[in-house]
Ligand binder design. Structure first.
Ligand SMILES: Nc1ncnc2c1ncn2[C@@H]1O[C@H](COP(=O)(O)OP(=O)(O)OP(=O)(O)O)[C@@H](O)[C@H]1O
Ligand SMILES: [Mg+2]
Length: 272
């Protein structure tokens, strides 16, 4: 094997670069656009967090990336390829997607849930089995104990972990997460944040994560993308966002007390 083809692990594929160019969305019969001509580039391997109040267009913008929402204008490029020119189903299978209502299939075991996309992609059974075990270990659920459980025998936090494993199963280079941890209590949420930060470090997947929780955004993001009323108002790393909020809206959102926010940022929950 030549050194150029050597990879550290089967997951070392890293992440894809995402470019949104003039992406606008107006839903049918809506008086106003949900998203106004947004330009945003997310670098390969970046952890970007979309932050903003309810209804500002975070989910809509996120869903243009995996074609769950068709933009009314503009283009979405993944590693330079226009997603609108590719088959929507193929695009979707290549992108991990995690939402608040985990949506595990209740009659499938954990292993069957995690293996859904590899199955659709025609992987052979042994490869799926191996991948399921690898992912359950990655999200710290003992395969021997969890493989054959049905979702109703999982806690909320465990179900969310399985949702993350399922989204990662086919080694996507992009992972979209829409308020994935909003439904669990604060302690479980902190541990899930820790897990996803570690997974991101280990796999280098490009992650776009939606939240309206400022602390969650500041903890996780390489860059925070602040949205208001369908527009991006600031894109900046957490420390810059705190030090130099672009306007009064951002200042109010991240809090009038920057010292307190800094303490939050410096919490040793996740090594940054
Ligand atoms: N399927 C839809 N049809 C029509 N309008 C929609 C649809 N989905 C969302 N909207 C509207 O588009 C706007 C943006 O919604 P979106 O769900 O993207 O907001 P959000 O920032 O994700 O909010 P939240 O934090 O509450 O999830 C809102 O005004 C919403 O009412
Ligand atoms: Mg939303």
């Amino acid at each position: 094997m030549t050194s150029s083809s050597k990879t550290a692990s089967p997951d070392a594929g890293g992440g894809a670069r995402i470019e949104l160019r003039g992406v606008g969305v107006r839903y049918a019969n809506a008086a106003n656009a949900a998203v106004h001509e947004v330009d945003l580039t997310i670098e390969a391997g970046e952890f970007a967090v979309l932050l903003g109040p309810s209804g500002c267009g975070k989910s809509t913008l996120l869903r243009t990336i995996n074609r769950l929402v068709e933009p009314t204008s503009g283009t979405v490029l993944i590693d330079g390829a226009d997603v609108l020119e590719r088959d929507a189903t193929v695009v979707r299978r290549g992108i991990g997607y995690v939402i608040q209502a985990v949506g595990l299939f209740p009659h499938y075991t954990v292993a069957q849930n995690v293996g859904v996309v590899p199955q659709l992609l025609g992987w052979d059974a042994a490869a799926i089995d191996a991948r399921v075990d690898e992912l359950l270990e990655l999200i710290r659920l003992d395969p021997a104990r969890y493989r054959d459980r049905k979702p109703r025998r999982l806690s909320g936090g465990e179900a969310q972990r399985v949702g993350v494993a399922r989204a990662l199963a086919a080694r996507p280079r992009v992972l979209l997460m829409d308020e994935p941890f909003a439904a669990v209590d604060a302690i479980v949420r902190a541990s899930l944040q820790d897990e996803i930060a570690r997974v991101h470090r280990e796999l280098g997947t490009t992650i776009i994560f939606v939240t309206h929780d400022v602390d969650e955004a500041l903890r996780l993001a390489d860059r925070v993308v602040v949205m208001n009323a369908g527009r991006i108002v600031q894109t900046a790393p957490p420390d810059e966002l705190l030090a130099r909020p672009a306007d009064a809206f951002v200042r109010d959102l991240v809090g009038v007390d920057p010292e307190t926010r800094r303490l939050v940022l410096e919490r040793p929950l996740i090594e940054r």
